[in-house]
Ligand binder design. Structure first.
Ligand code: NDP
Length: 338
């Protein structure tokens, strides 16, 4: 059975990665795109070979599609996802799922009630590097995990220097943009959930409107692991990376907080250093493959709606901590997280 997709949002991420990822599936097809502007919808459809361009949500949802991919600005995700779910469509939504954890929980509850699949497009879980790290930790190759460090401060490309750095009401700022990914990747790699966070945020010259363009967070996980993460839009020359240090070894991954299947993972133990090998499949294509399988009733999306609630709750807590100067509890208030 072919999965017919409708794109909600004439976005950069869809153009750069997700359209190809859908078309990389033997059973994936893009039927329509929706933009709030009829001209942009038509131009986007033409440039990307999409048969139908529409400019209203009802216009898209009313067509014969099975699933929607939502990649509009963050304040629109909730309403668009709820409408699609109501119409019985499966939803793959960009992160952050919404602007608050409470709204993200509404999406999860609605999808559950409607019996449709809801996924969060946390691409980094699909990276071979992160899966290799998770597996190495799970089988005990670093002993007992003690601490983790995430280096995820980048330079926001000029073509993306729009709503992210100017529009708080659209869910701009580096925490909703990148800290959400770090929350999800830490949870995935460690196989553990965060319980509290302490954060500093800064405005280092790029963002306006009171938005932060840099953040450093300190996390505590259920198992007792502590972690630090650095997210930024303004560091032109910084590398990305992810380290986990345990009682019997360390995992040191370089250039892995990225959209491409690149980078390296080194395991360092008393025996010396070993480069871990991992697959180089496109992260977004893998995300789509898992999502299609979930639609067929085979497993779950690589990041579920609940995972999206977790990452957004953590980002919200980071923002609250940065604002108040206090450590903040991370509680996604999910039934399964009791
Ligand atoms: P874009 O800025 O490219 O697109 C967001 C919206 O902006 C579009 O839906 C579009 O509205 C509007 N827009 C685009 N171009 C124009 C224009 N020329 N003039 C006016 N409005 C325009 O955002 P991104 O693709 O960077 O991000 C979209 C979502 O995806 C966000 O939620 C973000 O967090 C997420 N994201 C996720 C990534 C991941 O790896 N998981 C990576 C990057 C982003 P309309 O549809 O109405 O035309």
């Amino acid at each position: 059975m072919t999965v017919r997709w409708g794109l909600i949002g004439a976005s950069t991420i869809a153009r750069q990665f997700m359209i190809d990822a859908i078309r990389a599936q033997a059973d994936g097809e893009i039927s329509a795109v929706m933009s709030s502007s009829p001209e942009r919808a038509t131009a986007y459809a033409r440039e990307n070979g999409i048969p139908l361009a529409v400019s209203t949500l009802d216009g898209l949802i009313g067509t014969d599609i099975d699933a929607v991919y939502i990649s509009t600005t963050n304040e629109l995700h909730l309403e668009q996802a709820l409408a699609a779910i109501k119409a019985g469509k499966h939803v793959l939504c960009e992160k952050p799922l919404a602007l608050t954890g409470a709204d993200a929980r509404k999406m999860v509850a609605a999808a559950k009630a409607a019996g449709v699949v809801l996924g969060t497009n946390h691409h980094l879980r699909n990276a071979g590097a992160h899966r290799a790290m998770r597996e190495a930790i799970a089988v005990g190759r670093i002993g007992k995990p003690i601490a983790a460090r995430v280096f995820h401060s980048v330079y926001l490309p000029e073509n993306l220097q729009g709503w992210r750095i100017t529009r708080p009401e659209a869910g701009g700022g580096v925490v909703l943009d990148i800290t959400v990914h770090d929350a999800d990747t830490l949870r995935f790699v460690l196989g553990d959930d965060p319980v509290e966070i302490s954060a500093f945020a800064q405005t280092a010259g790029m963002a306006g409107g009171g938005l932060e363009d840099g953040a450093m967070c300190i996390w505590r996980f259920k198992s007792g692991v502590i972690a630090q993460s650095h997210e930024g839009f303004t560091t032109k020359f910084a590398d990305t990376g992810f380290e986990v240090h345990g009682s019997e070894g360390s995992l040191i991954a370089k250039n892995v907080m990225t959209q491409k299947p690149v980078g390296s993972v080194t395991l360092r133990t008393a025996k010396g250093e070993e480069e871990l090998s991992f697959d180089r499949e496109d992260l977004y294509a893998r995300s789509l493959r898992q999502f299609h399988a979930a639609i067929r009733g085979e497993g779950q999306p690589s990041a579920t709606g609940e995972d999206g609630v977790w990452s957004l709750t953590a980002a919200e807590a980071a923002l609250q901590s940065a604002r108040t100067g206090k450590t903040v509890e991370i509680n996604p208030k999910l039934e399964s997280a009791a």
